[in-house]
Design a protein around this ligand. Structure first.
Ligand code: NAD
Length: 501
């Protein structure tokens, strides 16, 4: 069983994987620090253009034979992969916690969601099915079939080291594509292990390849004519730039961006349940989730009791190393992230919001020297303030007051983002109206986080998404396949003579 101690005992150098071979990059390297302790744990390379080209070349070379592997056989690789992941779940969770900082329970939970995407990919024979119309004309049948598209690329963010990459390559590969994964250069080790385990299934060499790096490596992937599709998840400015560049280079793109998620609390709802859900949604993973609640819109008399409840509850949250059993909330990813979050708290104060709880200077219970920010709550935030509009990506919650549901919906819809939102209410009519009118991709009713399920599409709207087909669900299968319609006539001796034009 993996433990933090067993995965953290030396500085690990991340290899790359090209055509099934694990090798070391000759590119410049960077040392990554454990966010909980500040100690060096990993060396990650930035691949050279030749290495990126070789990885794409290996994927390109493997495509023709992989696409011809029968679909049920491709599903069998996914069944075996699922078993590998389950068998190594504790090791993977420890790795996620080591390089990201989140608690072990949070790591286990997000890994479970990733495994769910592999389980979804196991049903690829059903998902790939096309449709047929017989006798579309005299003696003529038409069949629409789904075919893989070729080399696909995945560019995930740092905040889900396993889950987000697993939205991408298992489904793409099950569809018959080959893949080049470029993990976040801040959490590359988990993906190395995920791909090692993938090859334990007997996967043919070159079907999944791995490179490391940042913008330069991404640019090399986006401009390579052999790459056909790009799945990106990250911040909005990068999502937009990647969408534009990949599309300009003739690729299909799904680019998921950043978020500013609102949770509306209506008077009369179960206030205790709402407060508990907000705590998890705002401060889980230290607020570093694209589905994190960062703005609560408290309607009418809901505001005062809710803020009181939240303030009391956050005082009980203990910060520390993610692997420590007493820890509720881990560090943020880096010193730079902590600085950004702390500076936003300053911005909120200077904008005139009421600072109810201040996470600056919060100390971990285990005295580690990582990048900690405590849970922070601002009340009396106005929608036009920067802390209400901009993605902070840390444990900072803004409470906005609204008079009624209409005003709350206006606040939500005035956001440049549209990733996720929730409403807490005791009224079915309010819930229905809310779900119908908000311009947001993922909507929760009486749940803190409307989490993605592998069986349904997942993405935001507006500035949170650039593209057409979402991740996961049938959208992902459509994204990773192309439709072809074959119209056939096989005249028999008898019918041949009957056909007239
Ligand atoms: P990021 O945009 O900095 O990086 C994401 C990926 O893009 C990384 O692999 C990185 O190497 C690459 N990259 C960074 N800058 C680039 C550039 N200029 N050109 C090309 N590639 C570049 O995001 P992050 O900080 O790693 O992750 C946090 C962000 O991701 C937040 O904004 C969060 O909301 C978002 N996110 C969104 C979703 C979603 O489903 N919408 C899910 C998780 C995270």
């Amino acid at each position: 069983m993996g433990t933090i101690a067993s995965v953290a005992n030396k500085i690990y150098t991340c290899p790359i994987c090209v055509g099934g071979k694990w090798i070391h990059s000759t590119g410049r390297t960077e040392t990554l620090l454990n966010p909980a302790t500040g100690e060096p744990i990993t060396t990650v390379p930035h691949c050279t253009a030749e290495e990126v080209g070789a990885a794409v070349g290996a994927a390109h070379a493997a495509f023709d034979s992989w696409r011809q592997v029968p679909v049920p056989e491709r599903a069998q690789y996914m069944f075996r992969y699922r078993e590998q992941l389950v068998a190594h779940a504790e090791e993977l969770a420890a790795l996620i916690t080591l390089e990201h900082g989140k608690t072990l329970d949070e790591s286990r939970g997000s890994l479970g969601r990733g495994i769910e995407a592999v389980e979804f990919a196991c049903s690829i024979p059903t998902l790939m099915k096309g449709e047929t119309i017989t006798d579309i004309s005299n003696g003529i049948d038409s069949t629409a079939m789904r075919q893989p598209i070729g080399v696909c690329v995945g560019i995930p963010p740092f905040n889900f080291p396993a889950m987000v990459p697993m939205w991408m390559f298992p489904i793409a590969i099950a569809c018959g594509n080959t893949f080049v994964m470029k993990p976040s250069e801040r959490v590359p080790r988990t993906v190395v292990r995920l791909i090692e385990l993938l090859y334990e299934t007997g996967l043919p060499a070159g079907v999944c390849n791995l490179v490391h790096g940042g913008k330069e490596v991404v640019d090399a992937l986006l401009t390579d004519p052999r790459v056909k599709a790009v799945s990106f998840v990250g911040s909005t400015p990068v999502a937009k730039a990647i969408y534009e560049k990949a599309a300009a280079n003739g690729k299909r793109v799904q680019a998921m961006g950043g978020a500013k998620n609102h949770l509306v609390v209506m008077p009369g709802c179960d206030m205790k349940a709402a407060a508990k859900a907000i705590l998890g949604a705002a401060f889980g993973c230290s607020g570093q989730r694209c589905l994190a609640t960062s703005v609560v819109v408290a309607v009418g008399e809901a505001g005062d009791p809710l803020v009181r409840e939240l303030a009391e509850a956050v005082d009980k949250i203990s910060l520390g190393t993610g692997s420590h059993p007493k820890t509720h909330m881990g560090p943020v990813i880096s010193a730079a992230a902590r600085e950004r979050i702390v500076s936003y708290i300053g911005v909120g104060k200077s904008e005139g919001a009421a600072l109810v709880r201040d996470g600056r200077g919060a100390k971990p219970h285990d005295d580690t020297a990582g990048y900690y920010v405590g849970p922070t709550i601002f009340d009396k935030v106005r929608p036009e303030m920067r802390i209400a509009k901009e993605e902070i990506f840390g444990p900072v919650l803004a409470v906005v007051r609204a008079k009624n549901l209409d005003e709350a919906i206006d606040v939500v819809n005035s956001s440049a983002f549209g990733n996720a939102t929730s409403v807490f209410t005791a009224s079915g009519a309010e819930a229905r109206e809310y779900a119908s009118r908000v311009q947001v991709g993922m909507v929760g009713v009486n749940v803190g986080v409307p989490s993605p399920a592998a069986y349904l599409p997942f993405a935001g709207w507006k500035g949170s998404f650039f593209g057409d087909l979402h991740a996961l669900g049938k959208d992902a299968v459509q994204f990773y396949t192309e439709t072809k319609v074959v119209t056939s006539r096989w005249p028999s001796h008898d019918t041949e003579h009957k056909i007239t034009f």
